[in-house]
Design a protein around this ligand. Structure first.
Ligand code: 5GP
Length: 198
């Protein structure tokens, strides 16, 4: 059963999506005012607390996300759980030599493939990882992060998503593969310019 605190947090997120989200097309939702450009720290804190509550007994040692929009919710969860947050980089950095894991990720919003990478210094086979991202659409970003966790020999405990678009296949694919997916808001449709929740 959902706690009162959880219900309030999920409602705050849904209300924010409805009041500030812009439906750009039948499959793209813009939430630049609180998640993807400007960030609402208070809402991110509540999101972090919700992920932390759900995974407090999972023995997590790291949170893994992807730059840039996954970082805010991931850091809030990491702060509460008291564990480090690692973000995969989308561009190769000059400071990232050959000591990294990498995976190819096709970007849903930018329609290009990026090689994402994580230094071997920050993920290893002792780690128990929660993957966090802002959106789940086709599951490409999550698959890339899962691939990186696999390369490191670490264990994935689950995948925490702020907004899942339930009408796209990523969530079902990941759940069918046996992954625990915790999406705080599940949008069931963006038809006619309106956000509907599952
Ligand atoms: P996926 O990899 O699951 O196909 O797509 C998820 C990634 O694409 C997320 O990291 C997110 O940045 C971006 N994304 C996918 N759909 C949307 C959307 O409707 N709105 C926004 N703002 N980003 C999205």
């Amino acid at each position: 059963m959902k706690s009162r605190r959880e219900i309030l947090r999920l409602k705050a997120l849904q209300d924010k999506i409805v009041s500030e989200g812009k439906v750009l097309s039948e499959d793209v939702l813009k939430v630049d005012s609180f998640l993807n450009h400007q960030i609402d720290p208070k809402l991110m804190q509540e999101i972090g607390k919700e992920f932390a509550d759900r995974y407090k007994d999972a023995g997590l040692t790291k949170i893994l996300t992807i730059e840039s929009s996954g970082i805010a919710p991931a850091v809030m969860a990491g702060l509460i759980l008291g564990i480090p947050v690692v973000f995969a980089r989308k561009r190769k950095s000059v400071t990232l030599t050959d000591n990294f894991y990498s995976a190819d990720v096709y970007s849903f919003t930018k329609k290009v493939s990026n090689t994402i990478s994580v230094s071997k210094d920050y993920l290893n086979n002792d780690d128990v990882v929660l993957i966090i991202d802002d959106f789940l659409a086709n599951g490409e970003a999550a698959k890339g992060l899962l691939d990186i966790v696999k390369q490191s020999g670490a264990t994935t405990s689950g995948i925490g998503i702020v907004i899942e678009k339930g009408f796209q296949p990523g969530g079902q694919l990941l759940r069918e593969q046996g992954y625990r997916v915790d999406s705080l808001a599940i949008v069931s449709s963006l038809e006619n310019g309106k956000v509907q929740f599952a």
